[in-house]
Design a protein. Structure first.
Length: 269
């Protein structure tokens, strides 16, 4: 049975014990507690993963797999916009793993004042236009995001899907006319699924995950702004052993196949 799929977004707390990528702290209570495992060598305790909202489905499935292999392990996720997650982490929120939808927000974490190992890029993603079933707004391409007569959604500029959207608009010379800027890509997609907007700029993986609820319109400009997704174990991880196991699973053949099945691309960098 699935134990956990999501963790409520943590409040921003005082900047105590900042986290950054790397191995467990040696010679500290946190470092000792992080190697939580049973006598038989199986992983145990709670593994907390902070991950970009676009990874919700595939990471949830990988978490289920890791729990099935380690019955004493409880995997919990905090899925949100990468910028919100990075802020929580740099303010001291406890977590074991961070996976960002772009390298900029990972840099926020790794430059938080603590030495960090280099995060690994584990997959790539591109933007795609999502429209409600039947395409009632008759959207045909990226240029329609400059049409003030349409109701349009994008992600807020500080989250990776919003930053990528701003970049493709600039590349194409389009002055976008969005009616709403959402806190993460799943929120933008929900606007489409509910028929509240004529179109939203989301990731290709989100269009695929939505199935028949939405229709996707690829556009060539997306290839100019491919998002790299980095991941790392956090230095102050309460359960670093489990965190590393999850990162290893994501980078394994099985993890890469799961990402490919969800529409993500193999990393090229």
């Amino acid at each position: 049975m699935r134990k956990s799929r999501a963790l409520l977004v943590l409040p921003v707390v005082a900047a105590v014990g900042l986290t950054a990528c790397g191995g467990p702290a040696s010679g500290t209570a946190a470092g000792t507690a992080s190697s939580s495992s049973s006598a038989g060598g199986d992983l145990s305790g709670t593994l907390t993963v902070f991950a970009a909202a676009s990874l919700t489905d595939v990471f949830g499935d990988l978490g289920d797999q890791l729990m099935a292999e380690n019955p004493d392990l409880d995997v919990q996720f905090n899925f949100a916009g990468s910028s919100a997650l990075a802020t929580q982490l740099t303010q001291g929120a406890p977590a074991d793993v961070f996976a960002s939808a772009n390298e900029k927000q990972m840099t926020v974490v790794t430059d938080a004042g603590l030495q960090a190992a280099d995060p690994a890029v584990f997959t790539e993603n591109v933007l795609e236009i999502a429209v409600p079933k039947g395409n009632p707004g008759n959207v045909t391409g990226l240029a329609d995001f400059g049409d003030a007569d349409l109701t349009l959604a994008v992600c807020a500029a500080d989250v990776p899907c919003g930053a990528a959207a701003a970049a493709v608009f600039a590349d194409a010379g389009i002055t976008a006319q969005p009616d709403t800027e959402e806190e993460d890509v799943k929120a933008a997609l929900t606007k489409v699924q509910l028929g509240e907007v004529d179109a939203a700029l989301v990731y290709a993986t989100d269009v695929q995950a939505a199935g028949s609820d939405v229709e996707g319109i690829p556009f060539p400009e997306a290839e100019q702004e491919v998002n790299d997704y980095p991941i790392c174990v956090l230095k102050a991880a309460p359960n670093a052993a489990a965190g590393q196991a999850f990162v290893d699973l994501v980078q394994s053949d099985a993890g890469q196949q799961a990402l490919a099945d969800a529409g993500f691309r193999a990393p090229t960098s």
